[in-house]
Design a protein around this ligand. Sequence first.
Ligand SMILES: [Zn+2]
Ligand SMILES: [Zn+2]
Length: 348
Amino acid sequence: MLSTPSYAAHSSQSPLVRHLISRRNVGPNDVQIAIEFCGVCHTDIHHSRNDWGRANYPMVPGHEIVGKVTALGANASHLKIGQQVAVGCFVNACRTCSSCQSDMEQYCLNGFTATYNSPSKDPGGFTYGGYSKSIVVNEHFVLKIPEGLDPAGAAPLLCAGITTYSPLKHWGVKPGMTVGVIGLGGLGHMGVKLSHAMGAKTVMITTSTGKAADAKRLGADAVLISSDAAAMQAMSNQFDFLLNTIPVAHDFNQYMPLLKVDGTMCIVGAIGATGELNSGPLVFGRRNVAGSLVGGIKETQEMLDFCGKHKITSDIEVISIDEINQAYERMIKSDVKYRFVIDMGSLA
Ligand SMILES: [Zn+2]
Ligand SMILES: [Zn+2]
């Protein structure tokens, strides 16, 4: 076993502190990675504080991991020592079910192994994430970072990037289409960049007039203020696709009339009960409501290559590991543009 420093929460009430963990030895199909950067996702806060009631402690969060290969198993020959690689939201899946066979490990019928807080055969009995100096991952779940992409800015692509890319691709976003991105945070800012790069007319839909300039800088062609009833009315039946990134329960119904006939709104932010859905706008317009979870390994690599080609990274604020607890407090207040990324060089 390989001992490595990490930052861990020891209970739902306690701040994250330095903690030594063990990684498994590098097996024939494994890749050992020296972690350089790890993005900070809202999910990290939820798990650290046991908001979803299934936390295992010590909890080492982090599923937006970028680093360099330091050791390779005999069967991991498609990678090289020193290569810039990445790990996203999951590190294993059954590889045999219909979802896995269709390159959709995120929908593994037997349940994927999340990068942290999932039961596993690893030392400790469950997985530890990217707030650490090194990680050992099966080669199938290791992505390649294209050359020329800033490794710190690329880290959030592994969750925020693929979460928005996958539905935009699935619903065929392309030039000639009008896409609305609802909510401008970690997910929304990636949604705007990616939709714009795919050639769609991209509209930022937000409650806040203060976000208009930033939305345009990120690539939005227009901004629609959702609290402006007349502006919302004027945009009814205009959208082919809506990407809803709002992270909390909210009223979906106000957005549905924006969709064209057969248009779809996809939920990628809020998970859980959402209040009553009015079937009226669905029936009168054959409109759809859908959901989507990250993306499979093949699609995640495709997303990274797309971002390499279009020079897309996340807008980030780099922090040292000892700033993580403060960063959580700022994220809860939405005080970050648009993602914190931990420089793991700061963890000794
Ligand atoms: Zn995430
Ligand atoms: Zn499976």
